[in-house]
Design a protein around this ligand. Structure first.
Ligand code: AMP
Length: 405
């Protein structure tokens, strides 16, 4: 299938070509035709599937005709970074459209935002600051034709549903509405029922990590995690690694410890100001730092296409969190690796992950860091694998059939 087979406004092809898209991704293939017909849509798709263009192209197509300089399409997102990324994608895809997009989020000056809102056709906003603009009457939504709720499960996780409901009350009822989410918890289903009319549901794959990512577990003792991580980083020679920790404090401490080992490291966690966050993300994107240590919330929505490895220093709380974390690597057609350090406390998560992924995850170990296997089932699995006698050491110290670097 090609983009030409969609009945898109010809002016949009300049943007599609400039971004180097040659063929639509599965979510684009399935969502764009009904969206062009004006249908409401629920898209179950994670970051990395091309969902942004799946909604941005139909939005731009619709806005090409009709009045300019008033808010006709609104995209609600959980994070500033995601807002910036969507704003950039809309700008790039719509480069020959003459349409204007603006972002709205907290932590930056009010004045320039209010000014940009005056003649924007598309607004990409975090719910809290948008509500403030609605209350201050610096934005009008009476001409709104399209609403997108993006990363709806994250909007819910981050406590935005009450704000979203207040925004919804002010929007014209006749609009077209789309909701995208990597997972569909009960609360998101309820929101979809409230906000959408007779939606079509398009699901790409299970809510599981992209197929371009390979996964491995490193059983390790608690007190050895930092040393193992430093060793893994030393061996991978990877230039762009995101390391996840469970808490802000652990992110800060780990970034400091890794810095002491000579890595160029930056930490991304909730306490940073907006300019600090931007410096960390831009520095990592541009290669000034080769390791970014982040918490789940701080990393939401960041799109850095060159990430080669995601390392879970602390295992995520749930399989959904795992999906979101590893969504930072293996983006689009690139391949990536997700390495997870697991301790005896993570047995249940390992079982859940293996169920969601539909396969047993490979265990690897590094000499000097061996730890007991995780869970009884895993031990049986290891014996089976061992009985085939198929795990020759690769290199001097890594016992694995596959090299992790
Ligand atoms: P998204 O899921 O929207 O965050 O997109 C993930 C990545 O895939 C982004 O870097 C996009 O620029 C890229 N992308 C989106 N659609 C396509 C396509 N049709 N062909 C190649 N890359 C794409």
């Amino acid at each position: 299938m090609s983009f030409q087979s969609f009945s898109l406004d010809p002016r949009l092809f300049a943007g599609i070509e400039a971004l180097g898209y040659t063929a639509p991704t599965p979510i684009q293939e399935r969502a764009i035709p009904p969206l062009l017909q004006g249908r409401d849509l629920v898209g179950v798709a994670q970051t990395g599937t091309g969902k942004t263009a799946a909604f941005a192209l139909p939005i731009l197509d619709r806005l090409m005709d009709g009045p300019r300089g008033r808010l006709r399409a609104l995209v609600l997102v959980p994070t500033r970074e995601l807002a910036d990324q969507i704003h950039q994608a809309v700008g790039a895809l719509g480069r020959s459209s003459g349409l204007k997009s603006a972002t709205v989020y907290g932590g930056v000056a009010w004045g320039p935002q209010a000014k940009a809102l005056r003649d924007a056709d598309v607004v990409v906003a975090c719910p809290g600051r948008l509500l403030a603009h609605l209350e201050a009457r610096s934005v009008r939504v009476s001409a709104l034709e399209i609403l997108v709720l993006d990363e709806a499960d994250r909007l819910f996780d981050m406590g935005f549903l009450p704000s979203i409901r207040r925004v919804l009350q002010q929007l014209p009822a006749g609009r077209q509405t789309m909701l995208f989410s990597a997972t569909m918890p009960q609360e998101v289903r309820r929101l979809a029922r409230e906000a959408l009319r007779d939606p079509l549901c398009v699901e790409v794959g299970e809510a599981a990590p992209a197929a371009t990512v390979s996964h491995a577990l490193f059983p390790v003792l608690h007190g050895r995690k930092t040393a193992l991580l430093a060793e893994l980083l030393r061996r991978t020679e990877a230039r762009s690694v995101i390391v996840f920790t469970r808490t802000k404090r652990r992110a800060q401490a780990l970034a400091r410890d890794l810095g002491d080992t000579g890595r160029t490291v930056t930490a991304l966690q909730g306490d940073l100001s907006q300019p600090e966050r931007r410096r960390a993300i831009d520095g990592f994107r541009q290669g000034r730092f080769d390791v970014l240590v982040a918490t789940d919330i701080a990393a939401r929505g960041i799109d850095i296409s060159t990430v080669s490895h995601v390392i879970n220093y602390d295992a995520p709380a749930t399989a959904d969190d795992y999906t979101h974390r590893v969504g930072r690597t293996g983006r689009a057609t690139r391949t990536g690796e997700a390495l997870t350090l697991v301790t005896s406390e993570d047995a249940e998560l390992v079982r859940e992950l293996e169920r969601v992924l539909g396969k047993r995850l490979e265990r690897r170990s590094v000499e000097g860091f061996e730890a007991p296997e995780i869970g009884a089932e895993s031990r049986r699995g290891l014996r089976r694998r061992g009985s085939r006698g198929s795990a020759p050491a690769r290199g001097r110290t890594v016992r694995s059939r596959r090299q992790w670097a």
